[in-house]
Design a protein around this ligand. Structure first.
Ligand SMILES: *[C@@H]1O[C@H](CO)[C@@H](O)[C@H](O)[C@H]1NC(C)=O
Ligand SMILES: *[C@@H]1O[C@H](CO)[C@@H](O)[C@H](O)[C@H]1NC(C)=O
Length: 186
């Protein structure tokens, strides 16, 4: 808040000139780049609980190809999810938001998922803000990097990356708990 107040005072007094907080670079006629000092970097750490089994799954298969069940990677299967996001790996730890959206098997040779998810947060000052993840999840790699391509609320204009690491998985049911470390600039 204090920062925000300082920022508006500052821009007010410099209204006719280029603000001091930004530097412009015009190395090519068709590109203008502005580097501002007041961009925020936010790091988030939470756990994603994907439950396919039981009476109340948070991930359901909504579509597949004719040959999906013959494919070792279930190529063509698409899941719709509404997964809780918690502060810790324990499913009973504090709920901080939900991951809602789709992931589908997009690779024939490896377990590679295309993920299109909205992470909507509900905790504290982040309640109502969201970030969007879109990218490929090479699920068998220990750490997977995926792009964050936007956001709302506090995270308007967000971009960044997520690092996902499986914390626990049941290979029979597919149930998994995945740790997410997300870094966004906004
Ligand atoms: C988040 O905001 C909604 C709508 O304003 C409110 O109903 C809800 O109780 C809030 N949740 C938390 C955890 O504060
Ligand atoms: C996520 O962040 C935690 C805490 O900083 C760290 O221990 C962990 O190794 C990180 N995980 C990944 C995949 O970067």
């Amino acid at each position: 808040m204090a920062n925000l107040a300082a920022y508006s005072l500052f821009t007010f007094s410099l209204v006719a000139t280029m603000p001091l907080w930004a530097q412009s670079f015009n190395s090519e006629s068709w590109v203008t780049r502005r580097e501002a000092k007041y961009e925020k970097v936010t790091k988030l750490q939470f756990y994603f609980h994907d439950t396919l089994s039981g009476k109340n799954p948070s991930a359901v298969r909504v579509a597949q190809a004719i040959d999906t069940n013959k494919s070792p990677t279930l190529f063509g299967a698409i899941m719709m999810i509404d997964d809780p996001l918690t502060e810790g790996p324990d499913p009973k730890s504090k709920l901080v938001g939900r991951a809602q959206g789709l992931y589908g098997s997009a690779c024939k040779e490896e377990l590679g998922l295309i993920m299109a998810l909205n992470f909507g947060f509900t905790d504290g000052m982040y309640n109502g803000s969201s970030i969007s993840l879109l990218g490929k999840n090479s699920a068998m790699n220990p750490v997977r990097e995926m792009p964050i391509i936007g956001g709302t609320g506090i995270f308007r204009l967000a971009r960044g990356y997520a690092l996902a690491q499986t914390h626990w998985i049941d290979f029979t049911t597919g149930d998994a708990i995945v740790g997410y470390n997300v870094t966004v600039v906004h």
